[in-house]
Ligand binder design. Structure first.
Ligand code: SF4
Length: 300
């Protein structure tokens, strides 16, 4: 089938099965086009809970599908490619985090949403790149904090808050590969452009940003008077940037998450037809993981 035929078939199946498709900004453009809601991790987590549907199909990587299942245990959550993982989620498992906690008794655990349900179950408060600063600032300054698993996001929070975190040494292999030299080169070529950087990048790269923030923050930052932007995050965001701001110019770094790009119209179609693969999270793990996500959502 062509992309157009697949799109039509998916839209028809969605209506017949009372299904919604939630997609992350890093997926392919044609995938974002069939989604009912496209967002960053924070928006997707809250949207999953609100979705009025029997089926939630998550066009994203595995930890996102798990998060949706944890928040919506009574609904069928489908994940087109369960092998689509995330290097941050792989960086730390539940057992390792439990051992790390034992080495730092009394420390509160703040974990990035890019983690498995098991890691969330060992976490006190989840965070996303949109709200990590707010989450850490909500905690008493005398309280020790373990921050897992993204050391780059942890460094960014340390710099913003002046607090010392006990950081897990993980990273996103996509954002971590950007170098300061690449940004300097782009800045020299486009001196008028504002530099927008995701805080999963290394500290020396974030230091060159005019705006450092989540995908949602980067999208909002392009709404001002400036006309040109150097965009330092996964290139799936360009689809939404060009949709929102057709008259602006974007200079991306060629960053691609191979896991996000595993989601295609073809496997979404197949998943809706078969109503499988379905995400399953053991009840006890889901209950504990849910507490850490709800603790995050409750921070205003
Ligand atoms: S871009 Fe990085 S953090 Fe995002 S899903 Fe891919 S590997 Fe994980």
């Amino acid at each position: 089938m062509t992309n157009r035929e697949l799109t039509e078939a998916i839209l028809k199946l969605k209506a017949e099965k009372r299904a919604v498709i939630l997609s992350h900004y890093y997926t392919r453009g044609e995938v974002q086009a069939v989604a009912d809601f496209v967002g960053d991790s924070l928006a997707l987590a809250t949207q999953a809970e609100k979705a009025d549907a029997d089926i939630i199909l998550f066009a994203g990587v595995r930890f996102m599908g798990e998060t949706a299942k944890v928040l919506c245990p009574d609904r069928k959550v489908l994940l087109p490619v369960p092998e689509a993982d995330c290097s941050l989620a792989q960086a730390c498992n539940g057992e390792q985090l439990a051992r790390f906690k034992a080495e730092h008794p009394g420390a509160l655990v703040v974990s990035y949403v890019n983690t498995t349900a098991e890691v969330k179950a060992h976490t006190d408060i989840c965070c996303t790149s949109s709200n990590a600063l707010k989450v850490v600032e909500s905690i008493d300054p005398s309280q020790e904090i373990i921050f897992a698993p993204d050391q780059n996001l942890g460094s960014y929070i340390e710099k913003k808050t002046g607090r010392k975190l006990i950081k897990w040494q993980g990273c996103c292999h996509v954002h971590d590969r950007v170098t300061a030299a690449q940004i300097e080169e782009l800045k020299a070529a486009h001196p008028e452009a504002k530099v927008l950087v995701h805080p999963e990048c290394r500290p020396e790269v974030v230091a060159l940003a005019d705006v450092a923030g989540s995908t949602a923050a980067i999208l909002d930052a392009c709404g001002g008077d400036d006309k040109e932007y150097i965009v330092v995050t996964e290139n799936g965001i360009l689809w939404e940037l060009q949709r929102r701001y057709p008259n602006k110019v974007f200079y991306p770094i060629a960053l691609e998450c191979e896991y996000m790009k595993m989601i295609t119209l073809e496997n979404i179609y197949r998943t809706l037809i078969n109503e499988a693969p379905e995400v399953d999270v053991p009840t006890d793990v889901a209950a504990a993981a849910r507490r850490s996500i709800e603790n995050m959502i409750s921070i205003k």
